[in-house]
Design a protein around this ligand. Structure first.
Ligand SMILES: Nc1nc2c(ncn2[C@@H]2O[C@H](COP(=O)(O)OP(=O)(O)OP(=O)(O)O)[C@@H](O)[C@H]2O)c(=O)[nH]1
Length: 379
């Protein structure tokens, strides 16, 4: 984000500022090439001469450029050529302006940036600059009176052109560095987005693996680990834990007579009924098939039977005419806590004993009739 801001702030900065150039740095560069104030005076002294020769100069330069196929390809059309000639005319006059401060440097940087943007490779730019230098030197040779004067002017010009070339070269590098930075920011953003997606998907998968897809209750795969956590917490607090094992009676005939989808609906409804009869801290699981279980922290079997089991029975009776669930309870309490396996085994055994009793009672009551599918009261 901070990097993005930095990039967008570019539009409020001059090229000079972006490249960290100031008056001090500009002077340092001039010194590096031995460009003295006297050189500025020498070049300024040639301005009339250059103005007089400008047209011929530009024609020669134009001939050179239009003779290089790669340059012609880049220039493309007559309007661009006209704009280019006008820019070159300005540049040649600036070379002899005698003022090579901040504003001059900023113009040179812009020239470099424009060339980079339109795709002029450094080799083309610098070959054109070499040609311009040759043309300028030729004009000096033809017009300056003495060899000594020619030497002074061409030496000063050479230094200034070198100064300009390094500035243009820097704009190419600066632009490439910016491109790399932008690519890096994009790559980082992409990586961040990818990371978020992976995190989201991982969370979804974790959630899916925790829950039973049909009923939305907790999955039996997590029963052992959740029971261990709950038992450990109970031991720390000296609390009882109760485990209820439940199995729907005569569920198979529902599937057989009403179809598997109707069976699924009963399982979903039973699951939400069980969940609705529990406290928030109770954990409801689908054990598999038509079997469910509930883990109740801070609760013993007596309380669970009186409150939770009774609530489930009442809700079942309200919802269905003949759907019954066999339940078995087991609890564990201080000081000697049972293991998770023992708790499950005890509740399972109690459930089977109750199922046996249900079946015997039903057989006695309804001796000669076969099991009938339950009818939903609201249906
Ligand atoms: N619709 C549906 N049926 C299932 C699913 N999982 C298991 N079953 C069925 O549930 C039935 C359970 O049958 P049993 O274990 O014999 O249970 P029951 O018919 O309730 O018999 P008792 O428990 O002895 O009263 C089987 O017919 C399974 O095919 C499920 O996800 N959806």
């Amino acid at each position: 984000m901070v990097q993005q801001l930095k990039t967008s702030n570019k539009t409020t900065q001059t090229l000079l500022e972006q490249m960290g150039l100031n008056e001090y740095e500009i002077e340092q560069r001039k010194q590096l090439f031995g460009f003295e104030p006297s050189d500025a005076v020498i070049l300024r002294g040639c301005i009339d001469l250059i103005e007089a020769e400008l047209e011929g100069l530009l024609t020669k330069f134009h001939d050179f450029q239009t003779g290089v196929p790669e340059i012609v390809q880049l220039i493309g059309d007559s309007d661009t050529m006209a704009r280019l000639s006008s820019a070159q005319s300005r540049y040649i006059l600036q070379l002899f302006s005698g003022d090579y401060g901040i504003s001059y440097v900023n113009d040179i940087l812009r020239i470099g940036m424009v060339h980079k943007r339109i795709g002029v490779e450094p080799k083309l730019y610098f070959s054109a600059m070499l040609e311009l230098k040759n043309i300028l030197f030729e004009v000096m040779r033809e017009t300056l009176k003495s060899e000594e004067e020619y030497d002074r002017v061409t030496r000063a010009l050479e230094k200034l052109l070198m100064f300009d070339n390094t500035l243009v070269f820097d704009t190419y590098i600066h632009s490439l560095v910016s491109e790399v930075q932008i690519a890096r920011i994009r790559a980082e953003e992409y990586a961040r987005e990818l990371e978020l997606k992976v995190m989201e998907r991982t969370k979804q998968l974790e959630e899916q693996s925790r829950t039973d897809p049909l009923t939305g209750l907790l999955n039996v795969r997590h029963l052992q680990s959740i029971m261990n956590q709950v038992l450990k917490a109970a031991q720390r607090r000296n609390e009882a834990v109760c485990f209820i094992y439940m199995d729907i009676d005569n569920f198979k005939p529902i599937n057989d007579e009403l179809g598997h989808l109707a069976g699924d609906k009963v399982l979903k409804d039973v699951a939400s009924l069980i969940q609705s009869c529990c406290r928030e801290e109770d954990r409801c699981f689908r054990y598999g098939g038509d079997e469910f279980c509930i883990l109740l922290p801070n609760c013993d079997a007596k309380q669970a039977e009186k409150v939770v089991c009774e609530r489930i029975r009442v809700a079942l009776e309200k919802e269905w005419e003949s759907l019954e669930i066999s339940m078995g309870l087991a609890d564990t309490r201080p000081p000697a806590y049972s293991s998770t396996d023992e708790l499950i085994r005890k509740a399972d055994a109690a459930m089977y004993a109750n199922k046996k009793r249900h079946k015997a009672a039903k057989a006695k009551k309804d001796d000669d009739s076969s099991d009938e599918p339950p009818v939903e009261k609201s249906a």
